[in-house]
Design a protein around this ligand. Structure first.
Ligand SMILES: [Zn+2]
Length: 243
């Protein structure tokens, strides 16, 4: 994995603009992980994918993450800041692929499944789906007392056991920030979505960069590629000169 250049970031932005989040994640990782094929990336579990996105974000924009949250009790807006290492799962094991199967045995039911991947999200795009549809897609085999059972016919408590097992096997897929309101001392957990966070940064960066290209191209007649090849410092100096 390596940091994305200005040209690569703009190409990713072009490709992922107005696309669903799983495609934006795929575009980012295809650019940042040239050692992985698109199929390799699509078959990462959501936690493995998000862990890589966190690393790519650190390489590209640095380790510091800043966001705003709203206290659900008193409504005050608070600025929150943390480092990528604060939300990395320590037990993350990159070697265990999403192809690895997991199993749940409960109440006479025996279910084998794989962890949800980007490819599963892609397959469900456009369908009216919820958590249950995603779980069913991930089931490799299901039996009750040794006889096959359709995934759709699994009772709720078995589905819940599968969901819990998936969450435990892929903790980086669901990052929760522990927040405390400075005004009313209310404590709560807020989900952190690296795909949405990283993409919003890429989007803001791309729009700012294209405005800079416009300003310098208008002033000097330079080509986009030449302006993007300037170091940020040299680009900023020329922008200052143009006023
Ligand atoms: Zn509060």
């Amino acid at each position: 994995m390596r940091a994305l250049s200005a040209v690569e970031l703009l190409n990713v932005w072009d490709r992922g603009w107005s696309r669903p989040p799983y495609q934006q994640a795929q575009a980012l990782l295809e650019a940042g992980c040239p050692d992985l094929s698109p199929q390799d990336i699509a078959s990462l579990s959501i936690g493995q994918r998000d862990r890589r996105l966190l690393a790519l974000r650190e390489l590209t924009f640095g380790p510091r993450l800043a966001a705003v949250a709203v206290c659900p009790k008193c409504g005050i807006q608070l600025d929150i800041a943390f480092n990528t290492t604060d939300i990395e799962d320590d037990g993350w094991n990159d070697a265990s692929g999403a192809n690895e199967q997991h199993s749940v045995e409960t109440d006479g039911y025996s279910v084998r499944f794989h962890l949800p991947t980007g490819a599963d999200l892609a397959a469900l795009e456009g369908a009216q789906t919820g958590e249950r549809e995603m779980l069913q897609r991930c089931i490799v085999s299901a039996q009750r007392d040794g006889r096959p059972v359709e995934p759709a016919e699994l009772p709720d408590h078995v589905v819940a056991a599968i969901a819990q097992c998936m969450a435990e096997a892929d903790p980086q897929a669901d990052v929760q920030l522990a927040l405390t309101c400075p005004a009313c001392a209310h404590a709560w957990q807020a989900p952190f979505d690296i795909v949405a966070f990283f993409w919003s940064e890429v989007d803001a960066w791309a729009k700012r960069t294209l405005r800079e290209v416009h300003a310098l191209a208008s002033a000097y007649g330079w080509r986009e590629a030449d302006i993007l090849a300037l170091s940020p410092r040299r680009r900023q100096l020329y922008l200052d000169l143009v006023g």
